[in-house]
Design a protein. Structure first.
Length: 215
């Protein structure tokens, strides 16, 4: 087999949690009179909670103490946790389950590589957890995408090498991370905003496992 494993980002690839992050940041922003736009939310995809708050405060031109930031990070996550507490399998994005089944049937290993510290709970709520042989999330890494750490740890957990692996990503930071780690990468979304991927697809309805051999 040309490749042995597939590594998936979570938010925006397997489930659409960007909408919940957006709502939670908008709720928090009210405290310092800031309304996050959809374009700005796009820039928060793939980056950690701490970096997201720093970007938001920069856009809002608001100086905050570390103590205040810690409180806001906690509050944002509490709002987010409330929003995702209602998630269920119907929120798995189109084509994902069929693709995962094809991968499993053909003997590919499957891992998660996400910046989210809430990945475990989302995988449980949606029932996706059973598909993964390794889960690397925001609790297991020290460096955020575009650093390749999260994917390299996934590769290691599967006892593979980067050249054996294909990453699926919806964020530019994630595509850059996969490339920096020496992996092939399939971008999920639009070629108008994602650059440097080996292939771009609108959704998992637009790819078959046999297409991976062409990467
Ligand atoms: C994903 C999302 C980001 C989010 C990050 C951390 O990468 O795309 O928008 O900031 O996870 O999520 P967390 O659940 O730990 O706040
Ligand atoms: Mg993502």
């Amino acid at each position: 087999m040309k490749y042995k494993a597939c590594l998936f980002d979570l938010d925006g690839v397997l489930v659409d949690t960007a909408i919940y992050h957006f709502q939670a940041w908008r709720t928090l922003g009210k405290q310092f009179d800031f309304e996050l736009s959809h374009e700005q939310n796009e820039e928060l995809k793939g980056i950690s909670r701490v970096e997201s708050l720093d970007k938001i405060l920069h856009w809002a031109q608001f100086q905050a103490t570390q103590e205040q930031k810690d409180i806001w990070l906690k509050e944002k996550n509490e709002t987010y946790l409330e929003l995702i507490s209602h998630m269920n399998p119907s929120e798995i994005l189109p084509g994902v389950l069929t693709f995962l089944k094809q991968l499993k049937d053909q003997g590919y290993l499957i891992a998660l590589g996400s910046a989210s510290k809430n990945a475990q709970i989302i995988l449980e709520k949606t029932g996706l957890i059973t598909w993964f042989q390794a889960i690397i999330d925001g609790n297991k890494v020290t460096k955020s995408k575009p650093d390749p750490e999260v994917f390299l740890k996934g590769v290691e957990a599967l006892a593979c090498s980067p050249a054996d692996c294909i990453v699926f990503e919806d964020a530019q930071a994630g595509i850059d991370a996969a490339k920096a780690g020496g992996m092939k990468v399939v971008g999920i979304g639009s070629s108008a905003i994602l650059f440097g991927a080996d292939k771009i697809i609108p959704s998992f309805n637009d790819i078959q496992v046999s297409d991976l051999l062409l990467l």
